[in-house]
Design a protein around this ligand. Structure first.
Ligand code: FES
Ligand SMILES: [Fe+2]
Length: 298
């Protein structure tokens, strides 16, 4: 028996709400965003989440949702059995809300995420309550999307320049797999294939600098130079390095999931040895010869 039939049998009716968000990214980015557990406590400002149980098909969690000066507990049961859909049932202060979110490709090639809510009620009083929650949901949806959409847009930007995601090859992106922050899901091999060797004369570079096309930042200290990636290898966040930081070995925390980002390689400016490093699944060789730094994809 479906939840809808069960609720009908119990004498419930529902108020309906539909919301659509679209953007220049893949439906897989929307799917990933809805499966991704760890961003909740970094990206979302109005909700904190606690996971009771998660596998790749199902999650049961508790949200503490801020509504104005109040904080409301919401219990969630969410299923993700196929890549294009998340279905969930929420219990908000005793009210049952059934939600379906589908991740689709629109005719214009953009991703389109459709979310449909059913706010169940039986009595007149419950209907008033359902109306209040429906209106609060409309406002909350705007806040959630203003926080989630930049993540999807960043992934869309990476896709547009030819950077892909290993998880695209999987049938679907499950919940529990998103908790492993050691996963390197971003694949830059096709992107870097077309890149030639770069040479940088360090005598002309007295300050820290970055090379946008290579998505790399360089930080000088003592006789050394640190090479750092501008794209988080986990899921593709844009990393901004704090040049004023005292720490030379770890200068960024990923804004999406809080992971500390270490340099890809630290070279001595006066030792002409070549070293390899791996970034976005691409192998590189780098070295400093006569104060000229070179990097090449191999
Ligand atoms: S994208 Fe997950 S830690 Fe950076
Ligand atoms: Fe989110």
């Amino acid at each position: 028996m479906s939840l809808e039939s069960f609720m009908k049998k119990q004498g419930y009716k529902f108020l309906y709400l539909r919301r659509i968000t679209s953007g220049d990214y893949s439906p897989r980015d929307s799917e990933w965003n809805y499966s991704d557990i760890p961003h909740l406590n970094y990206i979302h400002t109005k909700v904190d989440g606690y996971t009771y149980f998660a596998n790749d098909d199902r999650i049961v969690n508790l949200f503490m949702q801020r509504l104005g000066p109040f904080s409301v507990p919401i219990s969630n049961y969410i299923e993700h059995l196929e890549n294009h859909k998340h279905s969930y049932v929420m219990n908000i202060l005793g009210m049952v809300v059934a939600v379906t979110t589908s991740h689709n490709k629109a005719a214009n090639g953009k991703a389109e995420t459709l979310t449909e809510y059913k706010f169940y009620y039986r009595s007149f009083i419950e209907k008033i309550f359902a109306l209040i929650i429906k209106n609060a949901t409309k406002k909350n949806y705007k806040v959630l999307m203003s926080e989630d959409k930049p993540m999807r847009n960043q992934r869309g930007f990476l896709r547009n320049i030819g950077i892909t995601f290993i998880s695209d090859k999987k049938d679907k992106i499950g919940f529990s797999e998103t908790e492993d922050l050691t996963t390197k899901n971003v694949d830059g091999r096709s992107y870097f294939k077309s890149k030639k060797k770069i040479k940088i004369d360090l005598r002309n570079k007295t300050k820290n600098f970055n090379i946008k096309e290579w998505h790399l930042t360089f930080i000088s200290f003592d006789n050394k130079i640190s090479i750092l990636g501008d794209i988080c290898q986990h899921e593709g966040a844009k990393l901004n390095y704090d040049f004023s930081s005292k720490s030379k070995t770890c200068l960024a925390a990923c804004p999406w999931h809080g992971k500390r980002v270490a340099p890809l390689l630290i070279l001595n400016k006066y030792h002409s040895e070549d070293h390899n490093f791996n970034y976005l699944h691409q192998e590189f060789t780098a070295g400093v010869h006569n104060e000229v730094l070179y990097i090449q994809a191999i």
